[in-house]
Design a protein. Structure first.
Length: 403
């Protein structure tokens, strides 16, 4: 039976990133399958909520420290807008856990790693934000970057963190925690002076290889994975086309209503002019509502298509990164598709940005019905715009992580 190595992650975070903590614990199964299987590694994820029990110390954080006792290989810190609750020693429990991890790293850099993530989503009501807590997070982020030499990553959505973490952990395992096993294995071979190939008949080795069948496992579902990913990209293209149709509809209607309003300006009777202008403005409002309904319906579809595409693509890249037989050319071929997709996203961003500009230039002094419809339409467009910007940022991160 093969010896299975356990790679232990300690998850530290304040209370406002509960969804991200839950995601990390749920990620264990994927880590075991996508990364661990090939590297003969099992992943274990711990934090104070799931891996400590009631006890007594200087304070609650001291109890946590003593029970965890730095028994981990990778420290994962996640922050958003809260810095955490003060302890008897530090400004927050999470900060104390980070400082302990930093000390552990300085003592044993070969067997310790620190991964820091900061959430950038800004949809929370400004009145719900504790500005003092948020300022502490910003100060801490600057400090670890400028003084501690920490390279951190930013993410907007929980699913973004999932994709980033999969790639980061994959690279970490390949470059740091698998290297030691490889060196040890080579040293053992040198000491023994004889290899398996020298003591076992080459034909017996071939028979053993066929019996074991490990060479088949790495790509047993590779073609299906590629087909699935291409299907998600096709869904994304279809959704993007629908968005284009909706914007074209609005552009056409805007042209028609503008011409109608221009004709109204030539009417000399002021009462008739106002009446006609009001009628056209209200009809224009109905056009805006139709456009908004289309965009509001398409936004969840667009989000799903993006999330599925990137996650599926990430899994294929992970197999490339972790495979023993996956050649570099094939990996590069896969990665070459990301800039193509990134270019299409940037094109959609340019188009949507131009479209948003039309809202800022549009006359709002018509009717209250028109103003309400216009505001709904520009918010629907802006939500899609932000989703495109998020996708662009994530795709660039994927490229940077695989250079």
């Amino acid at each position: 039976m093969k010896k299975v190595n356990v790679l232990r992650f300690f998850l530290a975070s304040p209370s406002d990133v509960k969804a991200e903590r839950q995601m990390f614990f749920a990620l264990k199964e994927e880590l075991d399958f996508l990364i661990g299987k090939d590297k003969n590694i099992k992943f274990e994820i711990v934090n104070w909520e799931k891996n400590t029990y009631p006890g007594k110390g200087d304070d609650a954080q001291d109890v946590i420290n003593n029970q965890i006792n730095n028994q981990y290989d990778v420290f994962v810190g996640i922050f958003w807008q809260r810095f955490g609750t003060p302890t008897n020693r530090h400004e927050s429990g999470t900060l104390e856990e980070y400082e302990n991890a930093k000390t552990k790293y300085e003592k044993d850099k070969e067997n310790t790693h620190i991964m820091m993530y900061f959430k950038t989503e800004g949809n929370q009501n400004v009145y719900d934000i504790d500005l003092k807590q948020f300022q502490k997070v910003k100060d801490f982020r600057q400090k670890i970057s400028m003084e501690d030499g920490v390279l951190f990553s930013e993410f907007e959505k929980t699913e973004d963190l999932k994709n980033l973490a999969l790639l980061h952990i994959s690279n970490l395992v390949s470059q740091k925690f698998s290297r030691k096993k490889t060196v040890a294995k080579k040293n053992t071979l040198k000491k023994n002076d004889t290899s398996i190939e020298e003591t076992t008949d080459k034909y017996e080795l071939l028979a053993m290889k066929i019996d074991k069948g490990d060479y088949n496992l790495e790509f047993e579902n590779f073609i299906e994975d590629v087909e699935k990913t291409l299907g998600f990209f096709s869904d994304l293209t279809t959704t993007t086309n629908k968005l284009t149709v909706a914007m074209n509809f609005f552009t056409t209607k805007t042209g028609e209503r503008t011409k109608q309003l221009d004709r109204v300006k030539t009417i000399k009777d002021e009462r008739l002019k106002l009446s006609k202008a009001k009628q056209i403005s209200n009809e224009y409002a109905l056009d805006l509502d139709k456009y908004s309904e289309d965009f509001e319906t398409l936004l969840p579809e667009f989000k799903d298509a993006i999330s599925n595409s990137i996650q599926s693509y990430s899994e294929i890249i992970l197999k490339a990164v972790n495979s023993n037989t996956f050649d570099k050319d094939r990996k590069d071929e896969l990665l070459a598709n990301i800039p193509i997709f990134l270019e299409s996203v940037e094109g959609a961003i340019d188009g949507t940005a131009s479209f948003l500009e039309t809202f800022t230039q549009m006359n709002t002094h018509f009717t209250s019905k028109f103003s309400t419809a216009k505001r709904r339409a520009e918010l629907a467009t802006n939500n899609m715009f932000k989703e495109l910007l998020r996708t662009k940022k994530l795709l660039k991160q994927l490229l940077d992580d695989n250079k």
